[in-house]
Ligand binder design. Structure first.
Ligand SMILES: [Zn+2]
Length: 67
């Protein structure tokens, strides 16, 4: 049996390759950084609605090294 305090599940859809996957978000985290399981694009996930599994997805900004 899964533990209830583990986190909340969410579904994301990669905007690059349309890959869909289920992830688990930490309860306390407002944003969640992952890499697409298919194409490896860094993504920022944010819960959209407490009643919805759908997550809003943004491609994470690539942090360039400071000059
Ligand atoms: Zn992808």
């Amino acid at each position: 049996m899964p533990e209830l305090n583990a986190g909340r599940p969410g579904m994301y859809r990669c905007p690059v390759c349309s890959y869909r996957d289920l992830v688990e978000l930490e309860q306390s985290a407002e944003r969640h950084s992952i890499e697409c399981g298919n194409c490896g694009t860094p993504l920022d996930l944010a819960p959209r609605d407490v009643h919805s599994l759908q997550l809003s997805v943004q491609i994470a900004e690539i942090r360039l090294p400071s000059p």
